[in-house]
Write a protein that binds this ligand. Structure first.
Ligand SMILES: Nc1nc2c(c(=O)[nH]1)N[C@H]1C(S)=C(S)[C@@H](COP(=O)(O)O)O[C@H]1N2
Ligand SMILES: [Mo]
Length: 259
C-alpha cells in the first residue's frame, strides 16, 4: 500500500499558494468576507468553524482496517450517466477521458488517468455516511487533490474547488439537473481529500463514479462527487446553477455537510 502522508503545512511550504491559502482560510478572513458570508448560511458556518476548532483543520477522519471493509457498498444517486459522451468514454475504457482543471489557476491542466496514476497515491479505508441514513466502509485509492491543485498553481483569488460531474439527475432548476459539488481550500488541501480512481483495490466501477470521484472524508455522502470531469477553481458560486455550490445544496441541503 502506498501511503503518502502529506501534512498541509509541509505541503504548502514553498508552494506559491502558501500564504494566500493560509490567510484565506483563517476564520477572521472568512468572517470579513462578504462573498463567503453570502453563500454559507450562518448555522452551517458555525458547524464548520466548530468542527475545525474542536478537531483541528487537519484532523483526520477515522480510518479502518481491511477487515472492516463492508461486503457490499450501495450505489446511490446516479448509477451510470446517460450522455452519449459518457457512453463513449465507457466504451473506450476511459482512454480518452481527461480531467480538466481550470478557472482561477495559472496553469490550466488536462490530465489523463495515466497522468493521475503516475502521481503519488494515498489509500484510506473510511466510512461513507449518506444523509439518507446508511453507511458503508470502503477502501479508496487516489491522488491527493492538493497535489493536483498545486501543480495548476491557484491564483490568489481562488476560494473554492467546484467539481463538474458527467451526470444529470432531475431537471428542476434552470432546466438543468447537472450534478456538481464544491469544497473550500481547507478541505481541498486536507490530507484525506483525494481524487479516487480505485475502490477496494479495483478500478472504480461505473456505479461508484468511474473513472474518478472525490473523497472528502469529513463530510457526508452527497459531497463525494462521482464522475468528475472538470475541476473549476472559483471565488464564488454565483452563476453556477442555483448558486449554492452543489446539486443537493440547490435543493436545500447544507453546503458544509460535516459529519
Ligand atoms: N455525480 C454524482 N455524484 C454523487 C451522487 C450522484 O448522484 N451523482 N450521489 C451522491 C450521494 S447522495 C451519495 S450517498 C454518494 C453515493 O456514492 P456511491 O454510489 O459510491 O455509494 O455519491 C454522491 N455523489
Ligand atoms: Mo447520499
Amino acid at each position: 500500500m502506498t501511503r503518502q502522508i502529506l501534512t498541509r503545512r509541509r505541503f504548502l511550504i514553498g508552494s506559491t499558494l502558501g500564504v494566500s491559502a493560509l490567510t484565506l482560510a483563517s476564520c477572521d478572513v472568512l468572517e470579513q468576507n462578504a462573498d463567503v458570508g453570502a453563500v454559507i448560511r450562518s448555522a452551517e458556518t458555525l458547524t464548520m468553524k466548530a468542527q475545525r476548532l474542536l478537531q483541528g483543520r487537519d484532523a483526520l477522519a477515522r480510518e479502518f482496517k481491511e477487515t472492516d471493509i463492508s461486503p457490499s457498498f450501495r450505489v446511490n444517486g446516479t448509477s451510470q450517466p446517460e450522455s452519449e459522451e459518457y457512453t463513449a468514454l465507457i466504451e473506450s475504457r476511459f482512454a480518452d477521458w481527461r480531467l480538466k482543471i481550470d478557472g482561477l489557476v495559472e496553469r490550466p491542466k488536462e490530465l489523463s488517468l495515466g497522468d493521475l496514476r503516475a502521481l503519488p497515491a494515498r489509500t484510506q479505508i473510511t466510512r461513507h455516511d449518506c444523509v439518507e441514513g446508511w453507511s458503508a466502509i470502503g477502501k479508496w485509492t487516489g491522488v491527493p487533490l492538493g497535489l493536483v491543485l498545486a501543480s495548476a498553481q491557484l491564483k490568489p483569488s481562488a476560494r473554492f474547488a467546484l467539481f463538474h460531474c458527467a451526470d444529470e439527475l432531475e431537471k428542476t432548476l434552470d432546466g438543468s439537473g447537472r450534478y456538481y459539488e464544491s469544497i473550500d481550500l481547507v478541505d481541498a488541501f486536507h490530507p484525506q481529500t483525494i481524487l479516487a480512481y480505485a475502490m477496494n483495490g479495483k478500478d472504480l466501477a461505473v456505479g461508484h463514479g468511474a473513472p474518478l470521484r472525490l473523497r472528502v472524508e469529513r463530510q457526508l455522502g452527497y459531497k463525494q462527487a462521482k464522475y468528475v470531469m472538470r475541476i473549476e477553481i472559483v471565488d464564488s458560486f454565483n452563476g453556477f446553477w442555483g448558486g449554492n455550490g452543489g446539486y443537493w445544496e440547490d435543493r436545500g441541503y447544507e453546503w458544509y455537510a460535516g459529519i
